[in-house]
Ligand binder design. Structure first.
Ligand SMILES: [Zn+2]
Length: 484
């Protein structure tokens, strides 16, 4: 590092200078330049010195690469649906530069050896940086310390049935696993649905002859989520575990989280793009394509999630990118249909459209999709912001560009999406990973150069970030040449 007192002319040239864009952090948007050296942000400020490459970002918005903490890229074992190459190309094209991949593969990632095999398998195919979850399973508590040492990003706990049909651990196994996760310093992310309840209610509907898409929603009413959220928060608090609730979907679930927080429970909450953009009228329009666990909900729940975002009660937005084959997505009997659909590539254009509509600010988007995800999984020394020292994961966005979700341009193996034909405002022009171009105008470019990410060592359990208390991640505009 050069002397902090030197001017820009005393510094070696930057590898890349991005000039004149509006750089967005979780709490502000500032028109400034970014100087990139060795894949990292080396300087932030107006009028920076020269770069070997220069990029004019006038009129564009510069975001930190999105961190999608909930994707299923289906390797190993389900590559007919998606694989790490296709899924991470989709991520790059959509402005997502870090993904956290879920462990409900074939086989599921339950052991240290299985983790190492998956890591070796997927690393050469990764077009963006990635973390890998291990499973908090029925019988693998003895493996959890090893999973942490191997670099697992966290542990996924399926309390309710979903793709892969992995057996859900009982409360005893959950508690043992939570204690092991605490000792290992791993975040536990939970799919919070009460398995016995959803199976019972769904069986009743099935016995009554129902096969229509809406029966899936009726078999998983809000109580399925509320009970599971309450139980897991209770157990995790006693076990001292850092808990993250994936895809919270109901007004009642969010109310319960508020109550639990008021009692001192610390938990981060994620909602999905799909739960924000679709309501139960989607069953009539899209059929079983929008079958999702937890289900797409009535409009009142959707409105409550948006209010939760505005109030700062929701910490993170993710996709639950969950590909299936086109044939699987065409299944007409709801009980045979698969849960989930793709989303990693359409997340940012769809959320930018919500920014355009005034439902979200750009700093909100960065807080929910970059800053808090990186902070929660202890990646925030390098990810989730564009302060000096951060990885130069940049997304250049034209905020006013009209467009349309076009499945033919998507990179997933089976680009079947309910958003086909949806109009958008805001386009991803380019994505950079550690200073190198990985996508341009919706097309992934270049060889895979993604790296495996592990969380930084745990210190104290971080509190969930809120707009009021979060630490600024982006240095304010500084004079030319400042390296501080
Ligand atoms: Zn999922």
């Amino acid at each position: 590092m050069d002397s902090h007192t030197g001017s820009a002319t005393a510094s070696p040239p930057f590898d890349l200078v991005v000039r004149g864009g509006t750089v967005v952090s979780h709490d502000r948007a500032v028109r400034t330049d970014l100087g990139i050296r060795d894949g990292r942000v080396a300087a932030v400020g107006a009028g920076l010195g020269g770069g070997l490459r220069e990029l004019d970002a006038t009129g564009l918005v510069v975001l930190p690469g999105l961190v999608d903490v909930h994707v299923h890229l289906r390797e190993p074992g389900m590559t007919r649906k998606e694989d790490f190459a296709s899924g991470t190309r989709a991520a790059a094209a959509g402005g997502v530069t870090t993904v956290v991949d879920m462990p409900n593969t074939l086989p599921p990632v339950e052991t240290t050896a299985g983790f190492a095999e998956k890591l070796a398998l997927v690393t050469p195919k990764a077009h963006v940086d990635f973390g890998l979850y291990g499973m908090l399973g029925k019988t693998n508590a003895d493996e959890i310390a090893g999973l942490a040492t191997a670099g697992a990003m966290g542990l996924k706990l399926f309390m309710g049935q979903t793709t892969g049909d992995n057996p859900c651990p009982d409360d005893g196994a959950i508690f043992t696993g939570l204690r092991a996760a605490t000792a290992a310093g791993l975040v536990v992310g939970v799919h919070a649905e009460n398995d016995a309840l959803l199976r019972r209610l769904s069986a009743e509907l099935r016995a009554a002859g129902r096969t229509d898409p809406r029966a899936h929603l009726e078999g998983r009413p809000a109580v399925v989520e509320v009970e599971a959220v309450t139980r897991i928060s209770t157990l995790a608090s006693v076990a001292g575990t850092q808990l993250h609730i994936h895809h919270l979907s109901t007004a009642a679930g969010l109310d319960r989280v508020r109550l639990l927080r008021s009692l001192g429970h610390r938990v981060t909450v994620e909602v999905l793009v799909a739960h924000l953009l679709l309501d139960d009228t989607a069953y009539d329009r899209y059929g079983n394509l929008v079958k999702l666990n937890p289900p797409i909900r009535p409009a009142d729940d959707v409105a409550a999630l948006w209010r939760g975002i505005a109030a700062g009660d929701v910490d993170i937005i993710a996709t639950d990118h969950a590909p299936h084959t086109a044939e699987e997505q065409a299944e007409t009997d709801v009980w045979h249909a698969h849960g989930g659909f793709i989303g990693v590539e359409t997340m940012l254009p769809l959320l930018l459209t919500e920014v355009h509509r005034g439902r979200l600010s750009l700093p909100d988007l960065v807080r929910l999709c970059c800053h808090t995800p990186a902070r929660t999984w202890r990646l925030d020394d390098r990810k989730g912001h564009l302060g000096v020292g951060a990885d130069a994961d940049l997304v250049l966005v034209d905020p006013a560009a009209p467009g349309e979700i076009d499945p033919h341009r998507l990179h997933s193996k089976h680009p079947v999406t309910p958003y086909a034909g949806w109009p958008t405002v805001g386009a991803v022009r380019a994505t950079y990973l550690r200073g190198e171009l990985v996508a341009k105008d919706g097309q992934a470019v270049g060889a895979p150069r993604g790296r495996h990410l592990a969380p930084a060592p745990a210190t104290a359990t971080p509190a969930p970030s809120t707009p009021a208390t979060a630490t600024p991640a982006l240095a304010p505009a500084t004079p030319a040449g400042s390296m501080a």
